[in-house]
Design a binder for this molecule. Sequence first.
Ligand code: XMP
Length: 511
Amino acid sequence: MKHELILVLDFGGQYNQLIARRVRDSKVYCEVLSYDTSIEKIKEKNPKGIIFTGGPNVVTEKDAPIIDKKIFELGIPILGICYGCQLMGYLLGGQIGKAKQKEYGKAELKVDNNNILFDDVKKESICWMSHTYFITKEPTDFNIIASTKTCHTAAICNSEKNLYGVQFHPEVVHTQEGNKILNNFLYKICKCKGDWIMTDIAQEMINSVRQKVGNKKVLCALSGGVDSSVAALIVHKAVGKQLICVFVDHGLLRLNEGDEVENIFRKQYDMNLIRVNAEERFLSKLKGISEPETKRKIIGEEFIRVFEEEAKKIGHVDYLVQGTIYPDVIESGTKNSAVIKSHHNVGGLPDVVDFQEIIEPLRDLFKDEVRAVGTALGIPDFLVQRQPFPGPGLAIRIIGDVDKEKLDILRQTDFVFRDEIAKAGLDRQIWQYFTVLTGLRSVGVMGDERTYSYTIALRAVTSLDAMTADWARIPFDILEQISVRMVNEVPNVNRVVYDITSKPPATIEWE
Ligand code: XMP
């Protein structure tokens, strides 16, 4: 089925994915494309509306990303946000100027709610601003429809041509009326109907995989993580036993995790699942290795070797399933940031499998949509709502070298932590929470005896996308209960500390 489409043209701002997610949350499908997409391609896509994102540049500078002015003549409604608003104003004859000082943070917004963009929006509310430049003089055929104390052109429009610009960020939660404003654009200006509905999408995906695969053979590396689980299940629902899933248990999983994954997929869904118990192989390769990137490299490579052996036994397959999701698609090739940690979980698989084509059923979905599709397919919450878990598993939560004894300590403390967080009903609020076996031992006293045991660090963060994170404010009495249980229930642990560093400057994982 072809869905109605909003195009988000990316000018490099930090909230770009957020804009797209908000549009999708409003049940309208959207795609993020680079600002330099040709007018022909845009026309071909036939969008109901276009959103220009914010961006770090100044429109009047020489190398600023600019768009062909023909876009304003297509008759397609456009909403420019921040840089996008300035760009629209500038290209259509307005003037841009520098504010006396950067405006960053919350501002009081006054809107003209006779304008359709602000239909049903409170006359006065708080919005989120983040800019230095702004439109000092709007184009002649535009009206000013909102203002703040320091920015008299907080929103402008040419209603006849359906061109709208907002200097503030409606996509950010701090903009109180942001959702309503975006919805007005989508539903009242672009006349969308809202056909991006997850239960239908799940069925559409199954149908399209079935059509594509026919009676051919498919292979999937199943990790038990949300993406690979949902991807595998879509393909399984489409072609049943023509799908073979290989689950490599590297021995670095959480308590009982390997059995849980096997149970669900083999027993509940009757999938064609091969579980490879490779703990010993991985642990022997990791012996004595303490450098984090070396650990990652060894695990990544060993994973590929194990998978390769299994794939050889299976022989030629027609398709290889990958759990690529939309943020991977948006980010691939557009960012040149320094490598802080290398995440090469399944990166090398295509090289070692004899296959014809990759299928990526989740390629168009954001993470929360993947979860919604998983739920629509009946995957239990404990799998679909699970926190992100790194490919190298517990190995990067043990500072220093990894062995079975340390892994068991970590598994037990991690279990206690998860159990207490779930009991406290905090599991949905915290993005990730886990324990770290610090390399540190310290002196303690237990039952009149001196102890010299490990220090466990608790790590719990709130986050939207793991790019930045804040340490979670877990109530003290819950922290106390966690600490008491860990020290009592887990041998060789006599001290528990709580990591109160945000990202940046720290990272979420310790390695
Ligand atoms: P950091 O520690 O970089 O983590 O703040 C950001 C997110 O990425 C996860 N992470 C990994 N995921 N392979 C993965 O698949 C890795 O090597 C890896 N290292 C970190 C981390 O759990 C968090 O969700």
